[in-house]
Write a protein that binds this ligand. Structure first.
Ligand SMILES: [Zn+2]
Length: 120
């Protein structure tokens, strides 16, 4: 097991930083929280967390901010299990999660444009 992963498990336990689920150590993956393409500092520990397989693959297909915004719990867990992350990453997570605290859209204010007979 590489040093980054060992360190993270020692800090937080063998827990996914996105869903908070406990996972066997040998099934953890190391996730780059914010992909910084083309930079040599890519593997800095302040950009790495432990993730379970499902979260890791869900995140691979989704831009970071959208991934956090999809489920508010992800941001909450990430701030908890990612205490060591760079401040700018944590700020980004906080802002993204807080956006989710806005009241949900109220369906009763949505106007139904059609009149039911398709004649418009
Ligand atoms: Zn997970």
């Amino acid at each position: 097991m590489d040093a980054h992963r060992r360190w993270l498990i020692d800090q937080y336990g063998s827990v996914c930083a996105y869903c908070g689920v406990e996972i066997p150590e040998d099934r953890t993956t190391l996730d780059h929280v914010y992909p910084r393409k083309g930079q040599t500092a890519y593997d800095r520990p302040d950009n790495l967390v432990i993730a379970c397989q499902p979260c890791n693959s869900a995140k691979a297909d989704t831009p970071f901010v959208a991934f956090i915004a999809q489920r508010r719990a992800r941001g909450v867990f990430l701030l908890h299990y990612g205490e060591h992350l760079s401040d700018w990453v944590k700020d980004l997570v906080r802002q993204t999660s807080e956006r989710e605290f806005l009241p949900p859209a109220r369906p009763q204010f949505v106007h139904y444009a059609g009149n039911g007979n398709g004649n418009h």
